[in-house]
Structures are given as C-alpha cells and as structure tokens.
Design a protein around this ligand. Structure first.
Ligand SMILES: O=C(O)CCC(=O)C(=O)O
Ligand SMILES: [Fe+2]
Length: 306
C-alpha cells in the first residue's frame, strides 16, 4: 500500500527535512491492521533532543480560580525541537475529519468538525478498512460530545482519509462541490444503532512509538499516566474546537488531560461551567504543555477561530 498522509493534501507539498528522511530510513515504521498507513518512528536525533531538553521549564501551578487545577509548562519542548516534532507528526500521522449527525430541534443535522484529528488508545472512534463498511459504533469526538451518528470521511477505494481543503479558496471550492462528493466519500453510521457514548466497543488502536515517546515525557513531567492520545491539527485560523469538557464517562470519574501545543500560536481558553463567565488562563503560546486534573467536571475549554 503506498503511503499518503496529510502532507499529500498540501499544494505545493511541504518539503520534508533531509534529517527526517535520512535518520528514519533504517528504522522500520509501526504498522498495525488498524492503521491505514505505516507510521514512522521518530528520527534518533529528535528522540534524543526531546529526552535531553524536556521539560524545558519548570511547571507553573495554576490554581488561582475556583476548581482550576492546572500545571502549565511554557515551553515544554524547546522551540526548534518542537517545530521539528510538529512537522514530523503532521507528515506522518493519518489525520481525518470527523463528520457526525446531531439532533437539532428534532432534526438530524450534519456536523463537520472544523479540524483534523487522529486518535490512538482506548477509543471507539476509528473505523478503518473493512470495518468501515459495517460500522456499528461511533466516534466519541463531537462538537456536542454526544457521539451519535459519527462519520469519518474516507476515500472508499483506498480507505485513506479524504482530501480536505487547506486554504480559504479550497474551502470555498469544497463547499460548492460538497453536495456532490459527500455521498461518495462519507461513511455513515447506520441509524438506530445504539449510542456507544458510555462504553468502548472497538479494538483500541495501539499508540504508535512516536506518540508513545511523547506520552512518556508528558507522564514523567506531570507524574500521571495517560491511556489515550488525541492529536488535533488546526490547518488554518478557520479551524477550531468549540467549548466542551473531556468528561465522557468512559474516561473515568476525574480524568486528567494533558494538552501539548506545537506549531503556531493558538489561544486556549478555559471557563467555569455554569455560569459561563470567562475566567482562568488564556495560554497563547506554542510548545507548551497544560495538565488539567479534576477540573474536567467543572470547566470547559476551547480553541477559537482566529
Ligand atoms: O487543541 C487543544 O489543545 C484542545 C483539543 C481538545 O480539547 C480536544 O480535542 O478535546
Ligand atoms: Fe478537550
């Protein structure tokens, strides 16, 4: 199977650094039946740079607001290493966009999540290969978190994630052609299948070595263990995530979430719920790590459009 990743969707395709190629060449990639493509391991020099220099700063404890329980590392990974890691992950991970249906005023409305995503670990959200054609469960990732009727867009022939626009102009063209292409390219969860919101009924996708490595660094810095890795890619200022809490029941009672930002500056806001009054830190800086503890039950967070 020839390899195709998010980078293949960029015009012109970003040049990958020689370092990644030369260092990765002798290290076999991770493969798994649930992966649509082999996933490269981190080049040795990058692994070493991360190990030696992370965390780059001590954590700040952020607990000045009610129910705020947050550690903030800024930076977590030094900028040049973080930038290389960002390019590596963007080039190597099999991203897709989640499309799902939610009831709005009793009517099923299609929601196109405005970001690229990929998940590994304990999650029911991915249907690759044959499973795609018989899917009975849904992704947990949704703007309203209800997990019902989720759809992942794939090319039906190749099962690769579908090409998505990365520029405003492409987005406009895509919007015009969406009506024609959606039917051919999306895979719908059958109506009336029971919601999988509170259980996970599918084989976990193993966490690939490159993310496992990152997870280990985050675990030792935060003195916590994690069982799931979700990577979001915000391809432009139009991509975002709405206010939500990562409080699905299958995550446990007080899930700890670590959020690592790489690449460009994007605001990360927290607010208490309810009443919805803006509060807490508004971290803007890339290469940072935020670890939120028991606050999931009590706080929302988002990345706004810019
Ligand atoms: O971009 C981020 O750091 C937030 C992502 C997020 O909150 C989520 O996917 O649940
Ligand atoms: Fe979240």
């Amino acid at each position: 199977m020839s390899k195709r990743t998010l980078d293949a969707f960029f015009k012109p395709p970003p040049k990958r650094t020689k370092e990644i190629h030369t260092n990765s060449i002798d290290i076999p990639p991770d493969t798994h039946p649930t992966y649509p493509i082999p996933i490269a391991k981190l080049p040795i020099h990058l692994t070493k740079a991360m190990e030696e220099n992370t965390p780059a700063r001590e954590a700040k404890v952020m607990n000045s607001q009610p129910d705020l329980d947050c550690l903030y590392f800024q930076p977590f990974i030094p900028r040049s290493t973080a930038n290389e890691l960002f390019r590596f992950l963007r080039a190597e991970l099999p991203f897709y966009r989640v499309v799902y249906f939610a009831k709005r005023g009793g009517v099923d409305v299609q929601i196109n999540t405005p970001r690229f995503t990929t998940v590994f670990g304990v999650d029911e959200g991915c249907f690759f290969e044959d499973e795609l054609f018989h899917s009975t469960a849904s992704a947990s990732v949704g703007e309203d978190g209800d997990g019902d009727g989720d759809v992942i867009r794939h090319d039906l022939e190749t099962t690769y994630p579908v090409q998505l626009p990365t520029t405003k102009q492409d987005a406009d063209t895509d919007a015009k052609t969406k009506q024609d292409t959606t039917e051919a390219l999306t895979l719908h969860r059958k109506p009336n299948t029971p919601s999988m919101k509170h259980k996970y009924g599918h084989s976990p996708r193993p966490i690939p070595t490159c993310l496992q490595h990152l997870k280990t660094l985050v675990e030792s810095a935060t003195n916590t263990t994690y069982n799931f890795v979700l990577v979001n890619y915000y391809a432009s200022g139009d991509d975002s995530i709405a206010f939500h809490s990562d409080d699905e029941r299958f995550l446990g009672h007080h899930p700890s979430i670590a959020s690592l930002s790489l690449g460009a500056e994007r605001e990360f806001q927290l607010k208490h719920k309810p009443p919805p009054s803006p509060s807490g830190p508004g971290g803007k800086v890339p290469d940072t790590l935020e670890m939120m503890g028991s606050g999931q039950q009590l706080n929302y967070h988002l990345r706004p459009v810019i």
